[in-house]
Design a protein around this ligand. Sequence first.
Ligand SMILES: Nc1ncnc2c1ncn2[C@@H]1O[C@H](COP(=O)(O)OP(=O)(O)OP(=O)(O)O)[C@@H](O)[C@H]1O
Ligand SMILES: [Mg+2]
Length: 222
Amino acid sequence: MIEIKNLTKEYVQGRSRIAALKDVTLTLGEGMTAIVGTSGAGKSTLLHVLSGMEPFERGSVTIDDVPIAGLSEKEMAAFRNRNIGMVMQQYSLIPDFSVLENVWLPLTFSEKRCPRSERLELAKQAVRTVGIEELTGRPVDTLSGGQMQRVAIARAIVNSPRYLFADEPTGALDGENTEKVLEVFRKIAEGGVCVLIVTHDMHVAGCCRRIVRLEDGRLVRS
Ligand SMILES: Nc1ncnc2c1ncn2[C@@H]1O[C@H](COP(=O)(O)OP(=O)(O)OP(=O)(O)O)[C@@H](O)[C@H]1O
Ligand SMILES: [Mg+2]
């Protein structure tokens, strides 16, 4: 469970400060939750804060009873690797690595350190789950946007995270592939994972158990 209390996050830009999240209080549990709101509302910022990639000024964020602000950078990286899968808005894949190499990367950083053959099998399984097994050996910079999006999802789920944060995971997909990705998320959520999906697509939001709306950094409905 994620408990967010009075969270305020500001970015410093030269001499000015931009408040991206303002006094947000929210509890997030199992299942699929959509995060919606206009461009600039703070949706990506919220995911970045929850995954410990951005610091915050005020309030608290507790994940499974761990106050994340108290973790060092190294501890946060280990916590993230263990518990959180991220699908970033810009995919953040390694361009000249193959699909399989990108997907298995988190396993090579994992503390679990399973044998190479097991890691390979887990990576292949994640690639199968998102339905891109025919692309396994391709360098990711030769793929379409929708294909890259699914590589990013496979990489996010390869470690069986308890939390999956996805930023516009269906933004580059057509209707058919959107359904496939939603099915993947549904399956993962049924396994007790907390899935947060930032989306502009009201159909995707409608498939979620709960919709959280941000407006200009504030929570307006949940
Ligand atoms: N690294 C940064 N430095 C300074 N300001 C930033 C930074 N990242 C985001 N912001 C600002 O914080 C606010 C929230 O941005 P954020 O990216 O969270 O919005 P968003 O809801 O994800 O928008 P979109 O739907 O366009 O992706 C915006 O005003 C944005 O300009
Ligand atoms: Mg965003």
